[in-house]
Design a protein around this ligand. Structure first.
Ligand code: HEC
Ligand code: HEC
Length: 217
């Protein structure tokens, strides 16, 4: 009860922060994927990099376990090159990996990885934990940096269906994504939500918040 009230509050905050992101779009009911069918593909293909249960052994490959299925599906669709056009999210490895799958299979994969339990990382940098926490929870009003928690939740669990889980992720991956948003190399965020956040951050702040997020549960 308390939880759902809280997530309601955050959802409202985020809707405002998103400058009227089309909540209705995200709320559209979608057919559910079949996790068992997804597992068959995951264990033979995706598992090599993301781990058979979505807990990747290497920091270069993000953890997918426990991520919201809507976000997983969106990323897969964004990676998939369509009609000779540049994919919305550019990454040579994933653009190739996902090319063979149709939307139904992507839904199955999303259902499978979402149902797994994430094994989270830990924060490692004592010196920056305070800065990381401050930015995550409160942002930086002076430069108009919003709190990450407003959209990604106080424990980094995200808010389905619009805001991904980021807690427990490899800090190297989080850092790389923030820099990629900042440079505009990753530009698949609706309404530039993440690009407008990352552009206000220094390298030091990005590193601090990424390390803090690794330990969030
Ligand atoms: C050869 C290694 C490799 C394989 C195999 C692979 N991936 Fe990936 N995947 C990556 C890398 C690297 C990234 C990070 C891309 C980036 O930095 O933008 C990624 C990112 C992703 C993301 C985005 C995660 C996020 O948090 O935004 C999804 C979803 C994903 N992969 C799904 C899959 C699925 C489903 C399969 C199997 C069909 C698969 N991957 C196979 C390496 C791989
Ligand atoms: C206004 C809402 C909002 C705020 C504030 C926000 N984010 Fe995000 N974030 C998003 C959305 C939406 C996405 C998903 C973008 C997409 O669809 O690919 C995202 C994606 C991300 C990702 C990529 C996750 C992945 O698995 O690839 C990271 C990392 C991230 N955010 C970190 C942060 C950090 C750190 C902060 C605070 C400094 C922050 N975000 C603040 C909305 C927000």
């Amino acid at each position: 009860m308390k939880r759902s009230l809280l997530s309601c509050l955050f959802a409202v905050l985020c809707t405002i922060a998103a400058f009227g992101a089309h909540a209705a779009d995200a709320a559209k009911a979608a057919p559910k994927g079949d996790a068992a069918r997804g597992q068959a593909i995951a264990s033979t293909v995706c598992g090599a990099c993301h781990g058979p249960d979505g807990n990747s052994p290497l920091a270069a490959n993000p953890k997918l376990a426990g991520q919201h299925p809507e976000y997983l599906l969106k990323q897969m669709k964004n990676f998939k090159p369509a009609d000779g056009k540049q994919p919305e999210r550019v990454n040579p490895i994933m653009n190739g990996m996902i090319a063979a799958y149709d939307e139904g299979q992507m839904r199955d994969l999303a259902a499978y990885f979402a149902a797994q339990t994430q094994k989270g990382e830990t924060a490692k940098s004592r010196e920056t934990i305070e800065l990381g926490q401050k930015l995550y929870r409160g942002g930086d009003q002076a430069k108009g940096l919003p709190a990450c928690a407003a959209c990604h939740g106080p424990a980094g669990a995200g808010i389905p269906a619009q805001y991904p889980r980021i807690g427990g992720q490899f800090p190297e991956y989080t850092e790389a994504q923030l820099k990629s948003f900042r440079e505009g190399a990753r530009a698949n965020d609706a309404n530039k939500m993440m690009r407008m956040v990352a552009i206000k951050m220094t390298d030091v702040e990005i590193k601090a918040v990424s390390d803090y997020i690794a330990g969030l549960r």
